[in-house]
Design a binder for this molecule. Structure first.
Ligand SMILES: NC(=O)C1=CN([C@@H]2O[C@H](COP(=O)(O)OP(=O)(O)OC[C@H]3O[C@@H](n4cnc5c(N)ncnc54)[C@H](OP(=O)(O)O)[C@@H]3O)[C@@H](O)[C@H]2O)C=CC1
Ligand SMILES: O=C([O-])CC(=O)C(=O)O
Length: 259
């Protein structure tokens, strides 16, 4: 498998280390697209892949699977063309699907092109539970509480404070670099306007902590993940990068675990 990455930041670098240096997935990252020529050149020298600043040239390279690792806004600019060019797509910036119509459009394109779109579980879990719980429509409520340090939220404060209390839709609009998890939760569960989100800044906390509570015909779920941050970008949890690596490791396997 030839893998392409959109982005030259933290997740892109981590995947290059794990896949190209440590052979932790089948295949190799052969192409990276980005706007940061200095970072791209550095990655090319270290990991031996090609670096492109032109999306069309990047998509003309022989890659089968493209990992998006940029931002919600940048993802909106690039990922449709990935599917149009018949590549499998793995999305990090899931907040881009705040507009469900865009997700529907992309899914339709992927169907027509016989390609796949992967939404990794990212910095959370429990998506299997939500999908099973809603299989007959009996999932009633989903609530996410995210607790992060001031550094992870890119702010300074010495007191705990609720920064946001509302829907997944509005959360992603206000915190696009911190709450992609709310969107994958909404897609797996009951939607962007029905999924409730609270974001708390907590100076006492070191880990990015996500607590998910769900209720329905199936019963109740209470799940909490306390994520170590990544050194190169404390907004991002290590589990998010690992979840993309896991998709790369599993995508060609005959055995599927979870739904
Ligand atoms: N699904 C999940 O659970 C999680 C998702 N994420 C998301 O994953 C994504 C990647 O995270 P991470 O690697 O840590 O972030 P970084 O900030 O480290 O990297 C982002 C990269 O995007 C590039 N970029 C931004 N805008 C553009 C543009 N218009 N064109 C080209 N490149 C662009 C930046 O380049 P430059 O150097 O030029 O700025 C940088 O290389 C983010 O959207 C993040 O919010 C993170 C954690 C959890
Ligand atoms: O990494 C995390 O803990 C969550 C995050 O930033 C996101 O969902 O965007």
């Amino acid at each position: 498998m030839n893998i392409g990455i959109i982005g030259t930041g933290n997740i892109a670098t981590y995947l290059l280390e794990q896949v190209n240096e440590k052979s932790m997935a089948d295949g190799r990252i052969t192409a990276v697209f980005g706007r940061n020529v200095e970072a791209g050149t550095r990655l090319k020298e270290r990991f031996g892949m090609e670096f492109y600043t032109d999306l069309d040239e990047f998509l003309s390279a022989p890659v089968d699977t493209v990992v998006e690792a940029v931002t919600v806004d940048a993802a909106r600019l690039f990922i449709k063309q990935v599917v149009e060019r018949q590549k499998d797509l793995i999305v990090s910036s899931i907040g881009v699907f705040k507009d469900f119509a865009f997700l529907d459009e992309l899914t339709g394109l992927a169907d027509a092109n016989s390609t796949k779109i992967y939404l990794p579980s990212g910095a959370i879990g429990g998506l299997d539970v939500l999908q099973s719980a809603r299989a007959l429509g009996g999932l009633e409520s989903v609530q996410l509480t995210t607790r992060k340090s001031p550094m992870s939220l890119g702010m300074e404060t010495d007191r705990e404070q609720v920064l946001f209390d509302g829907t997944a839709f509005d959360a992603v609009g206000k915190f696009p670099k911190n709450i992609n998890v709310a969107l994958v939760l909404a897609i797996a569960g009951i939607g962007v306007h029905e999924t409730k989100v609270r974001i708390i800044v907590d100076p006492e906390i070191e880990r990015n902590t996500h607590t998910i509570e769900a209720q329905g015909d199936f019963g109740k779920m209470h799940l909490q993940v306390e994520n170590n941050q990544m050194a190169a970008n404390p907004k991002t949890s290590l589990l998010a990068a690992l979840s993309i690596l896991s998709v790369l490791q599993n995508k060609s396997k005959a055995l599927r675990i979870g739904n």
